[in-house]
Every structure is written in structure tokens, then in C-alpha cells.
Ligand binder design. Sequence first.
Ligand code: SF4
Ligand code: SF4
Length: 173
Amino acid sequence: MTELLKMAEETHDSQASWERFLRRRQALETEMELEVCDGCDHCGTRCIAGFGVTQQEWEDVSAFLATQPAEELARIAAQEKTIPWPGSEELGVDVTVTYCRFRDRERQQCSVYPARPTICRLFGQTSWLPCPIEAVSRYPEAAASVWNDYREQKRKTWEEWQEEENMRKMSNR
Ligand code: SF4
Ligand code: SF4
């Protein structure tokens, strides 16, 4: 019983900490120059797999995907995400790049944009992840401190969260 109470308290603390972080991130977004990003996909080539997201971000993306048509999900899942590094074939070297599983390569866009995680929201809008086409003219000062808050959250890759979820489902059978 004590263990159960402890676990419930930890979950509550971690949810409260995430909600505090989200409020900070939302405030930061109001200071960003997001209007120049409307309709732009130049950063899309940087959507490389392997970055970490929080459990809440994984759950948000899962909830968003649950609202999408099954054929759309299948279309994106069927796309090859590992391709030769641009220019590598011409040079005769075997180097590949693997894109984020949610990158829609066919339509050149993020397929989970409304639920995209923090790193994707900050990309192009901070001095250390600057806009690759220099279309963003100012970066909010609070970005570094929000990023430091984010780094304190437990993060795993999409694939690791997926594996954890699959294991949980199997153990509940
Ligand atoms: S940060 Fe720059 S490259 Fe990325 S979407 Fe915005 S304007 Fe386009
Ligand atoms: S979640 Fe979307 S914006 Fe973020 S890396 Fe994946 S495809 Fe790109």
C-alpha cells in the first residue's frame, strides 16, 4: 500500500512538474517569431531520428495519431526513412541518414505537427538551433532557461517509448 501511495505521489509530482514546464514553454512560444515559419519546411531536412522526448510528449503524439485516418498513418509508416546522405552516392560513399518516424517525406512535412515535441518547437527559434535560412531575426532570451528545464525531464526516443508501451501491453494480457 505504501509503495502504491509513493508511486501515485511520484506520478502526481512528475505531472505537476510537466505542467509547470508546459506553461513556461507556452509563454516562450508567444515570444517567438513563428509567423515566418508558416508554410516553410526548410528545417524539415534536420528532422533526423534519435532525439529524446518526454513520456507526456510521446502520449500527446499517440493521442494525436489516434485521431488520424488509418490510411494516412499507414502511408507515412510505409515510407522509407533511411536514405543515402545527400551527395554520398555521387561521391561513391555509403553513408545514410534516418529521418524521424513522423516525417512525411512524400509531402515534406511533419505528420504530427500540432503535437510535435519541445525540440521541434525550439528548432530555428534559438541561438543554438538557429533558423537555417536566417529568416528568423530574433531569438527569445528565455529559450536557454526553458531548454535547461526541459533537459531535466526524463526523455527517450520515440522507438524506446514504443517498445516500453508494447511491453506494457504484453504484460497486461
Ligand atoms: S525556422 Fe526558418 S527554416 Fe525553419 S520553418 Fe522557420 S523560417 Fe523555415
Ligand atoms: S516530430 Fe515532426 S518536426 Fe519533430 S523531428 Fe519528427 S517530423 Fe520533424
